[in-house]
Each structure stands twice: as structure tokens, then as C-alpha cells.
Design a protein around this ligand. Structure first.
Ligand code: TMP
Length: 225
């Protein structure tokens, strides 16, 4: 489709990882740190983030086993939610100069629907480009830990489990391998943090990476005349 990368003024940061990697609590802490430092911040998540996208999230995470969601339907629902999210929340915030912190984004689609479900990655990338208009995160941190450790954390809390958590351990190992492969492909954008450590240590490293990266001098996008 060849969509042009959208020009933005804010910064778009995403956190990725396998189930139980602790993304959600780490992102909450990061938001506090950035607000304290005086940055305008928006915290959001995928699938979700807008009213319509949150309805799609419910469908995705609670669908009945009597009518299994096909891998293709799953991918298309996720992309529909992303399109709403990018259009109505993320892009307007970036245009206002906000630092947008998003819990999962396109890399989750490539890892879960591509590497783990086996959908064609090239197709996913093209369809994702349609959904995002070419928006890519400026910085992505992958919280990495062995799948067995992450799943054990989630399985102690059955209430938190969703349809995808209940996939096999092999599925989640493919997800992890997917994230690591994606990070190896794009070392300039993606950074891996070892999340198999006490939360405080992970928090310190993550804060250092993100705050250091935001504070780095960067060129302003050129205005179109
Ligand atoms: P969460 O538990 O981190 O909130 O994520 C919700 C679930 O959605 C999680 O099991 C991963 C899954 N997911 C995908 O399969 N593909 C995607 O593109 C995204 C964003 C999430």
C-alpha cells in the first residue's frame, strides 16, 4: 500500500512482552515518573484505548469456545481496534506533542498472530499499515522473561486470565521468540529488558532507558511549506 509515515510531534513509546511480564504495572510507574518530570503523558493500551476498540477487546478476550474465533478474524478485529485507536486517540495526542505510552501495539500482532498463530507476516505488515496509516512506535521496550515464569504469574490469578492466556505454553514460546526476532531485526527502535528479576530492578532499568531516550536531543520534523 506504501502509506507514508505520518509526521508527528509527540513521542510514541510502546511496551511489549509475553503474558505475566509485568508491563501494566511498569507502565503505570513510568507514567508517574514522566508526569513528575513535567511531560504531557497519555497512557493507553491495545487492544483498546477508545470506546469502540474496548468493545472489540471484550469480543477478543471473552469469545465463546462454541464459536472459535479464526486466526484471520482475530487479526482483523485487532487491526480494526487499532485503526480506531490510532485515528481517535493516538494521533491527536501526538499532534498535541504528548508522550504516548501504549501497552502493546503492532509488534504484538506480529508476535501473536504472525509468529504464534502462523498468519503470513507480510500480509499482517501490509494490513497493519492500512490500520495505522504507517504510524510506527519511536521506541519499543520488550519486557522479556521465560514463558514458564510469566504464565505461572498469570495462572495464580485465574480471574485475570483471558482467552489468549489459556493458549498452550508452546504458543507462548512462539510469541516470545517472535518478540526476540522482531527486536533483532530493529535494534534501533526495540530494546529488550530482562524482566525475570525483582520488579524494582526492572523498573529502574526501564525508567533509565525511557527517560534517557526522551531527554535525548532530536531534530524537529521539518514543517511542510
Ligand atoms: P494484555 O493481557 O497484555 O492486556 O493483552 C491482551 C491480549 O491480547 C494478550 O493475550 C495479547 C493479545 N494481543 C494479540 O494477540 N495481538 C495484538 O496485536 C495485541 C495488541 C494483543
Amino acid at each position: 500500500m506504501g502509506a507514508k509515515k505520518r509526521q508527528t510531534r509527540g513521542l510514541f513509546i510502546t511496551l511489549e512482552g509475553v503474558e505475566g511480564s509485568g508491563k501494566s504495572s511498569q507502565i503505570r510507574h513510568l507514567v508517574e515518573v514522566l508526569i513528575q518530570a513535567g511531560y504531557p503523558v497519555l497512557q493507553t493500551r491495545e487492544p483498546g484505548g477508545t470506546a469502540t476498540a474496548e468493545v472489540i477487546r471484550q469480543i477478543l478476550l471473552t469469545a465463546s469456545p462454541h464459536e472459535p474465533v479464526t486466526p484471520q478474524a482475530e487479526a482483523l478485529l485487532i487491526l480494526a481496534a487499532r485503526c480506531q485507536h490510532v485515528t481517535h486517540l493516538i494521533m491527536p495526542a501526538l499532534r498535541r506533542g504528548t508522550v504516548v505510552l501504549c501497552d502493546r501495539f503492532s509488534d504484538s500482532t506480529f508476535a501473536y498472530q504472525g509468529f504464534a498463530r502462523g498468519l503470513d507476516l507480510q500480509w499482517l505488515r501490509e494490513a497493519n499499515k492500512v490500520a495505522t496509516g504507517g504510524l510506527t512506535p519511536d521506541l519499543t521496550v520488550v519486557l522479556d522473561l521465560p514463558v514458564s515464569v510469566g504464565l505461572a504469574r498469570r495462572r495464580t490469578d485465574r480471574e485475570q486470565q483471558n482467552r489468549l492466556d489459556r493458549e498452550t505454553e508452546r504458543f507462548h514460546r512462539r510469541v516470545r521468540r517472535g518478540f526476540l526476532a522482531l527486536a533483532a531485526e530493529e535494534p534501533g527502535r526495540m530494546t529488550i529488558v530482562n524482566a525475570n528479576r525483582p520488579a524494582q530492578e526492572v523498573r529502574d532499568e526501564l525508567t533509565e532507558i525511557v527517560v534517557g531516550w526522551i531527554a535525548r536531543p532530536r531534530r524537529q520534523p521539518r514543517r511542510r511549506s
